[in-house]
Design a protein around this ligand. Structure first.
Ligand code: P6P
Length: 334
């Protein structure tokens, strides 16, 4: 590694010097999440050797089958932040209730996290990820009603994901663009590898579970049909890439262009993906990278979270493709 490599900590110090990091505390929290993800990266890689694959046997609060690694990943994140003086509460896919962890005067942030996204891939060595975001509280101190804060006043100020794939990559934003850091195992540091990620306005890929095609609204079916038609100028058909992990599919969209969509269907009348710890963080990242995130009728970031585990239909990725998705959604033949 050359000495001019930019580690995550050096990057954050530079952002702080340039006054583009909102607060030093936020830098501390990003580094804490990086630390937790290093542990997760190590344990995910060796899960098959230490008996951490397989199901727990129950479902989590959102009805997903819960894997041993889901529970373990949640514990790693809790341990990383439970003693942080900076965090008041944690919302997690793996916990039915919000967990207040410290409501001191310095506890200015709320962490919302999907500790292990795409965990259906764990037993087949597929890519998985962690999705996180930090909300800045406007009312410090006592945690009288953190859910109300999330709904009414707390501001989403940083969001990121860690993709545990062939390499472990953290992609995040604190509101000044999107940057990606690849974990160098030999020194245990995240190094800047994808500077100033910009999502292409269009791209050759789409990600959706076509198994639900016949359950979709006809306007969504029309959109999917359009994507796979052969058109004379050669832009279509698009290629399907659906990995079972939102993190992996969106990462591809951000780097090479494309759209991921998970609309409402018979089993998920309000969509499947959860607003607070999947859709909103990824929407913030995608917006910051020049892409878009929509429900089909509204910006994801304009939705007020009324419930911790509420879901929303989602289309996210290249701006031209999400714009097209929205146009199909309002077309007359519904
Ligand atoms: P389905 C994982 O549970 C997840 O939230 C996303 O990571 C993934 O894209 C989607 O659900 C997969 O859902 O219904 O296609 O298996």
């Amino acid at each position: 590694m050359s000495s001019d490599a930019v580690s995550l900590s050096r990057f954050l110090a530079r952002e702080s010097e340039q006054r583009t990091l909102p607060t030093p505390a936020l830098g501390t929290l990003i580094l804490e999440m990086a630390f937790a993800s290093k542990i997760l990266s190590r344990e995910i890689r060796r899960a098959a050797l230490v008996g951490r694959l397989g199901l727990i046997g129950e479902k989590n609060v959102t009805g997903d089958a819960q894997k041993k690694l889901d529970v373990y990943s949640n514990e790693v994140v809790l341990e990383a932040f439970e003693r942080s003086e900076l965090v008041a509460a944690i919302v997690s896919e793996e916990m039915e209730e919000l967990r207040t962890v410290g409501c001191s005067d310095t506890a200015d942030y709320i962490l919302s996290v999907d500790p292990l996204d795409g965990s259906s891939n764990t037993d087949v060595n597929g890519s998985v990820g962690t999705i996180f975001s930090f909300f800045r509280r406007t009312v410090g101190g006592a945690c009288d009603d953190v859910e109300a804060e999330l709904r009414d006043s707390a501001e989403l100020v940083a969001a990121g994901y860690v993709m545990y794939g062939p390499s472990t990559v953290m992609v995040y934003t604190h509101g000044n663009g999107v940057n990606g850091f690849t974990l160098d195992y030999s020194i245990g540091a995240f190094l800047l590898s994808h500077e100033n990620i910009r999502c292409p306005a269009s791209g050759p890929y789409y990600s959706a579970n076509l198994g639900y095609y016949h359950d979709w609204d006809s306007r969504i079916r029309n959109f999917a049909d359009y994507l796979i038609e052969r058109d004379p100028n050669g832009e279509r058909p698009y290629s399907l890439r659906y990995s079972g992990a939102f993190v992996a599919d969106l990462h591809r969209n951000l780097l090479e262009g494309g759209i991921y969509f998970y609309p409402a269907d018979r089993n998920h009348p309000h969509g499947k993906l959860r607003l607070l710890y999947e859709c909103a963080p990824m929407a913030f990242i995608t917006d910051q990278a020049g892409g878009r995130a929509s429900t089909g009728h509204a910006r994801v970031l304009d939705i007020k979270p009324e419930a911790l585990h509420q879901t929303t239909p989602l289309a996210i990725g290249s701006s031209d493709l999400v714009d097209l998705y929205d146009r199909f959604n309002v077309s007359s033949d519904g």
